[in-house]
Design a protein around this ligand. Structure first.
Ligand code: GLY
Length: 365
C-alpha cells in the first residue's frame, strides 16, 4: 500500500497527499481504494487535454474506470460563471451520482473551478486533485480551498472541500515552461522562509538540482511543502485562528502587485516580490534575526523578478486596502523574526510600506 507524503486531518476526516514519480499510473489503484465505483468525471483544460488529459483518461480506462472528459477554458476563464454553468450541465447530462468522483487534472485554475463544482454539485461529490503545475502541487491542490471568480472580484465565491486525495507526480513538471516552473519556485521558497528554516537551508543546498528539475530533488521539495501545508491546514482548516493565514506570507503586497499589473505577473512571481517587501519591513522594524539575512536574501534573489514599472505605493495602496486579509480597517501582514519564524502584524503604517516598496524597487530592478 502506497504511503502518503502528507495527510490533512480535519473534523470530517483525512485527506492524504501522495507525491511521487510515476504516480499518474497508480491513479486507478488509488481511486479504487479511496473512491470506489467504476466511473469518474475527468476535468482538465484545453491546453492539457490533447496530451496529459488523454493520457490520464487512457490510464483510468486501462484500470477499469470509465472517465467522462470535460474540458475547461485555459486560465482564469476556467473560473468564470459561464464555464461553471457548462460544467454543471455536463455533470447533469452525464448522470453523475452523489458518489461519482470528479478528478481535477491541471493547475490552480482547473483545481479551483473543478473543486468548486465538486463542492457544490448535489451539495458535494468526491474530489480528486491531480495537480500538474509546481504551484498547484505545493499549494492550491492541498487544503480544500476552491473558488470561482465574480466579475467584480477574483476568487470571490468559494467553498472548503477537501479532496479524497491529491496525487502530485513531479514528472509532469518537466514540460512546464521555464517561467511557470520558476513562478512555482516562489511558493516553494515561501514555505522555507516563513515556516521551516531547515527546509530553507535544504533549498539552498538543492537549488541547482531543483532548477534542473532533478526527479529526486523535486519529489523531496514537493513532499516537504505538502507536509508543511498539511500541518498548517490541519491546525486551522477554515482560516479562523490566524494559523492558515501564515501561508499568505508575501501575499498582501503580492496580490496587490498582481492586480496593479493586471495579472501580467505570475502568482509566484508576485508572491516572491511580496516576500521581499515583507522581509524588508521585518528588517526595518528590527525584528529580523541578522544571522538569517544572508540565507533569506539568497533565496529571494533566486525567485524575485524585476519589480514591475509603475507599481509604486500609489498603485498598490488601493488593492492592499481591498485585500481579503483585512480585518476591520487594518491590514494584516505576515512578517518574520527570522527563517521559519512568522509573526502576524496589523499595524504597518503607510510610510513604512512606502519605504519597503521603494527599497524593493531599488533592489530588484
Ligand atoms: N494558499 C493559501 C491557503 O491555502 O490557505
Amino acid at each position: 500500500m502506497m504511503r502518503p507524503a502528507a495527510i490533512v486531518k480535519t473534523k470530517e476526516g483525512s485527506s492524504p497527499v501522495f507525491v511521487g514519480e510515476g504516480l499518474l499510473e497508480a491513479l486507478p489503484r488509488l481511486m479504487d481504494i479511496r473512491c470506489g465505483g467504476s466511473r469518474c468525471v475527468l476535468v482538465t483544460d484545453a491546453r492539457l487535454e490533447p496530451g496529459l488529459g488523454r493520457r490520464v483518461r487512457r490510464i483510468l480506462g486501462r484500470g477499469g474506470r470509465r472517465a467522462d472528459l470535460f474540458v475547461l477554458p485555459v486560465g482564469e476563464r476556467a473560473k468564470s460563471p459561464a464555464a461553471l454553468q457548462k460544467l454543471y450541465g455536463f455533470l447533469l447530462r452525464s448522470r453523475v451520482e452523489r458518489g461519482t468522483p470528479l478528478v481535477a487534472l491541471g493547475g490552480g485554475t482547473v483545481g479551483d473551478a473543478a473543486g468548486f463544482a465538486a463542492a457544490t454539485f448535489y451539495r458535494g461529490i468526491p474530489l480528486v486533485q491531480v495537480p500538474t503545475t509546481l504551484l498547484a502541487q505545493v499549494d492550491s491542490a492541498i487544503g480544500g480551498k476552491t473558488a470561482v471568480n465574480h466579475p467584480l472580484a477574483k476568487n470571490a465565491v468559494g467553498a472548503f472541500h477537501q479532496p479524497v486525495f491529491a496525487a502530485a507526480d513531479p514528472s509532469v513538471l518537466r514540460t512546464l515552461s521555464e517561467r511557470d516552473f520558476h513562478s512555482g519556485l516562489g511558493e516553494v521558497v515561501k514555505y522555507g522562509l516563513a515556516l521551516d528554516a531547515g527546509f530553507a537551508r535544504l533549498l539552498r543546498r538543492d537549488w541547482a538540482l531543483l532548477t534542473a528539475r532533478d526527479a529526486a530533488a523535486l519529489a523531496r521539495a514537493v513532499g516537504r511543502c505538502a507536509r508543511i501545508k498539511a500541518r498548517i491546514v490541519s491546525a486551522d482548516e477554515r482560516d479562523l485562528s490566524g494559523t492558515r493565514e501564515l501561508l499568505n506570507f508575501g501575499h498582501t503586497v503580492g496580490h496587490s502587485l498582481e492586480i496593479a499589473t493586471r495579472y501580467r505577473l505570475r502568482h509566484g512571481e508576485a508572491v516572491a516580490l511580496g516576500m521581499g517587501a515583507a522581509v524588508l519591513l521585518s528588517q526595518m522594524r528590527g525584528i529580523f534575526d541578522p544571522q538569517d539575512v544572508d540565507a533569506a536574501s539568497w533565496l529571494l534573489d533566486q525567485v524575485c523578478p524585476p519589480w514591475p514599472r509603475g507599481a509604486g505605493l500609489r498603485e498598490l495602496e488601493g488593492p492592499i486596502g481591498l485585500d481579503k486579509k483585512v480585518r476591520g480597517s487594518k491590514n494584516v501582514f505576515i512578517l518574520l523574526r527570522g527563517l521559519g519564524r512568522p509573526v502576524r502584524v496589523s499595524d504597518v503604517s503607510v510610510s513604512e510600506l512606502r519605504l519597503a516598496i521603494d527599497g524593493c524597487r531599488l533592489i530588484s530592478r
